[in-house]
Design a protein around this ligand. Structure first.
Ligand code: KG4
Ligand code: ZN
Length: 335
């Protein structure tokens, strides 16, 4: 079955094609329009999606070596995300389905991130999933795919947002995560220490606003010259605090749910230090750690198509009346 996936929930316009369960193309256009603003500007994002959606879909189809009329199913992101951005991909996908008379499947962006771990490999359930991106930091117990129990989530900023804001504060560019990752590689993570919040909270929630506040206080008290000349050590310290907070909470969840498989996905899962510490955790505990290749950590349509295949096999198609849902939970705590 030839399946087209479309993702436009934030600032990546992406289309991907699967042929009988194998990914054969995945085109991601990352909008550069937002760089000068240090964050995503929703109106610019929707306009950029409108400009890019046709060329991106065309490229995905031609790289797959198929033609549009061969496509048998289309999946697109319904939410959560920026409403204007979501509407572009979703309306485009539904219109194509109507015109081609093929089924449509609407998908949840967080669940799609979880399914990025299934693009190239199998994952056994029950599993734990840590979703860490610019907009989300949440931990789920997955008894089986399609069923998610929210164990904890951030009470304030997402992990990626904390790195993005740090980078913006220092004028290092957007998105901040990859910049911090690159510069921190040259630094000593133990020279400057930043708080690891909520580790003793007795639950599995996260908090990153404390790190952000202490970073701003540190920058203000040390002065620009000191910060500039010690940048790699400072960024390595900040990154270490974010990574430790994530890994420690994951370890706490693993103590309660000693599963064989753990999934770590979302843009921050691209972080080299996080990947290093997760590999150590996996080795020490003998647990299978599923972290997608870096290209599938940040937003992409491959994960959307992969989830659409699963949902179509399970529930059939979605109605074309389905609209964008900017705030959409995968599961409420206690579900
Ligand atoms: O999953 P994603 O593309 O979009 C959301 O759904 O939010 O994640 C984007 C986030 C941004 O905060 C970005 O700074 C972060 O992922 N990110 C990274 C790295 N690459 C992207 N954070 C840390 N290290 C990286 N290498
Ligand atoms: Zn995302």
């Amino acid at each position: 079955m030839l399946v087209l996936g479309i993702e436009t929930s934030c600032d990546e316009t992406s289309a991907a094609v699967f042929n009988d369960g194998t990914l054969i193309s995945n085109i991601v256009y990352s909008q550069s329009e937002h760089r000068r603003y240090g964050g995503v500007v929703p109106e610019l994002a929707s306009r950029a999606h409108i400009r890019r959606i046709v060329p991106v879909v065309d490229e995905a189809i031609s790289e797959a070596g198929v033609s549009l009329s061969d496509i048998e199913l289309i999946g697109a992101t319904v939410g959560p995300g920026l409403v204007g951005s979501l509407l572009v991909g979703l309306t485009f996908a539904k219109t194509l389905c109507f015109a081609l008379d093929i089924p449509f499947v609407g998908v949840n962006h967080i669940e799609a991130h979880i399914f990025s771990s299934l693009v190239y490999e199998d994952v056994s359930t029950p599993a734990l999933a840590l979703v860490v991106s610019g907009g989300h930091t949440e931990l789920h117990f997955i008894p089986e795919f399609g069923v998610y129990r929210l164990l904890g989530k951030t009470r304030d900023d997402a992990a990626g947002e904390c790195l993005d804001k740090t980078s913006k504060f220092l004028g290092l560019g957007y998105p901040g995560g990859p910049v911090v990752d690159r510069i921190a590689k040259e630094g000593d993570p133990d020279r400057f220490s930043f708080p690891r919040a909520m580790l003793e909270s007795g639950d599995l929630d996260f908090s990153f606003s404390g790190i952000k506040t202490s970073v701003i206080e540190f920058f203000t008290s040390c002065g620009e010259d000191f910060v500039r000349s010690n940048l790699p050590d400072i960024l390595a310290g900040i990154q270490e605090a974010v990574v430790d907070s994530l890994v420690e909470k994951l370890k706490q969840a693993y103590k309660i749910y000693p599963v064989s498989d753990i999934i770590v996905v979302g843009g921050v899962a691209a972080n080299s230090r996080l990947r290093e510490k997760l590999a150590r955790f996996s080795e020490a505990e003998g647990v299978r750690m599923h972290i997608p290749p870096v290209s599938l950590c940040t937003d992409n349509a491959a994960m959307v198509a992969r989830l659409a295949i699963f949902l179509f096999e399970r529930n059939g198609s979605s109605p074309l009346s389905l609209s964008a849902v900017p705030r959409l939970d995968l599961a409420q705590k206690g579900d």
